[in-house]
Design a protein around this ligand. Structure first.
Ligand code: GLN
Length: 493
């Protein structure tokens, strides 16, 4: 029999529906693969019983001739930023250790309703702040990839690094991610998988631990464009419990997938030719243009003049919102409480927050508090909001001349864990190509393009108009078909 863990979402769903194998067999295979892969540290907790119970329900429904859901029989990894009923939800922070929500996030509930099951809660950068998965209280995640000829542990990207590592290592066919400033796309690029951040508002934020609410968006991470289309269809939808949820029908993205790009224009933003970008990434960008041309698209130059201001604006807006969102972790309502003998309420807050938050989280809270403080508010926060509007306007203008934009996902390939920690700014620079689409709320995807000379994956990014996930997925499919990316990490774990 085929190794079930080599299958993706579509093949599992279709195989279960046809009766080639049972959902229980699939869940058992992945549970075993997860149990074997502790060295990756991709999961904070595993939930094999959840996966088995969901699988048994699907097998019973099938036997009873009931209609099966979009994700029936597919066990997935859940980023530990989504509240899961009765299952510890930490955002990879000590401050939430032991917190078991009494409710389920809308996105995870939608996935269970579609017939998916949960293999466990995936590790991430603490509160989704980071680009390398080195800020988790529960330890670094190792990428399953290694540089040719080296045993150094590599970064799976961040913040959805448990998700990317698990999917690339084939211990999960797919996983949820969240993207505030690149956290789906950058880890996908680092690990040779696909990931799409939909238009802001497509997926409900209800029950997702908040980082920067005006930017946070959930999305799927999987090994093919088709699998992303299927899973996004199951995750998305209007939710009255999220005030910024889009009240729009969810199209059948899977059914409308079409890689024929004749009549479409692909924009190449000239400001994305940045210093410090690896030559291999620039080469793969050229290759990407040729692939999309081959799919029938016309390639046009576009300009996004405010690109260089997007990253600094993001690193003001996101911390500002984070400092406000994280005020709720006070030692009273959730998780950790540090109550040294004889101290009062204020000291308890301070002690809990000092012990509970990691350094990167504290850094963001300090920056955020500073840029929102009286006297500095206009100079930083208001200014950053203006830049954000200009970045969004750049895209609006560009999309008058093209249908989708093609760019690199990241300026470099993955790097060894521990190699980028000297100065937080070097890490922040890794988000340079991902952040503009986040500020503008646009759908954006990373698709694996090639392997560099070190044997590490490189991704290409497609950004679309608001609500045009289909255009993004279709261009992604055209790249996937031409890239023929079949490389997979050698198993060492
Ligand atoms: N790496 C970025 C940051 O640290 C983006 C994180 C994210 O998208 N959650 O803020």
């Amino acid at each position: 029999m085929t190794d079930l863990t080599s299958l993706g979402v579509k093949d599992i769903r279709d195989g279960v529906a046809k009766g080639d194998f049972t959902a229980r067999e699939v869940a058992e295979s992945f549970n075993a693969a997860v149990a074997e892969a502790a060295a990756l540290n991709a999961f904070i907790v595993t939930t094999p019983d959840h996966a088995l119970a969901a699988a048994d329900k699907v097998d019973a429904d099938r036997a009873a001739g009931k209609q099966l859901g979009k994700m029936a029989g597919v066990p997935i990894g859940m980023k530990d930023l989504f509240a899961t009923h009765g299952v510890q939800t930490t955002a990879a922070s000590h401050i939430l250790e032991g917190f078991a929500p009494r409710y389920e996030s809308t996105v995870s509930q939608n996935l269970w309703n579609a017939g998916a099951g949960m293999l466990g809660k995936l590790n991430l950068d603490q509160f989704a702040m980071g680009s390398s998965n080195e800020t988790s209280y529960f330890g670094n995640v190792s990428s399953p990839w290694r540089k040719a000829g080296s045993n150094a542990a590599m970064s799976p990207g961040g913040s959805s690094g448990g998700s990317s590592a698990a999917v690339a290592a084939r211990i999960a066919p797919a996983a949820t991610g969240t993207d505030t400033g690149g956290s789906i796309r950058q880890p996908a690029a680092f690990t040779g998988i696909c990931g799409i951040k939909p238009t802001y508002g497509r997926c409900s934020r209800w029950g997702v631990v908040a980082f920067a609410s005006s930017l946070d968006q959930a999305g799927p991470m999987a090994r093919s464009v088709e699998d992303c289309a299927i899973m996004l269809g199951a995750m998305a939808g209007f939710d009255p419990k999220d005030a910024t949820s889009l009240d729009m029908p969810v199209p059948d993205w899977e059914a409308a997938l079409n890689s024929d790009l004749r009549g479409k224009k692909v924009g190449i933003p000239r400001e994305y030719r940045m210093e410090g970008t690896d030559q291999a990434i620039l080469d793969s960008w050229e290759q990407g243009k040729a692939w999309l041309k081959d799919a029938g698209a016309e390639i046009v130059d576009v300009s996004l003049p405010h690109t260089k201001y997007a990253l600094p604006a993001y690193y003001i807006v996101a911390p500002a919102e984070a400092s406000s969102n994280l005020a709720r972790y006070d030692g009273v309502r959730y998780g950790l409480r540090d109550l040294p003998d004889g101290v009062g309420l204020q000291d308890m807050y301070a002690a809990t927050r000092a012990a509970g938050f990691g350094d990167e989280v504290k850094r963001r809270i300090l920056i955020g508090t500073y840029v929102l403080s009286a006297g500095f508010y206009d100079a930083y926060y208001t200014q950053a909001q203006k830049v954000r509007a200009l970045v969004a306007r750049d895209f609006e203008r560009a999309f008058q001349e093209c249908d989708v934009i093609l760019a690199p996902t990241t300026p470099t390939a993955s790097f060894p864990l521990g190699s980028m920690n000297e100065d937080p700014l070097t890490m922040y620079l890794n988000d340079v190509f991902a952040v503009p689409a986040s500020l503008a709320g646009l759908p954006a995807m990373s698709v694996p393009a090639t392997i560099n000379a070190d044997g590490l994956p490189l991704g290409l990014q497609i950004v679309g108009r608001p609500f045009d996930e289909q255009g993004v997925l279709n261009a992604g499919l055209a790249i996937q078909q031409r890239a023929g990316f079949t490389a997979r990490p050698e198993k060492w774990w």
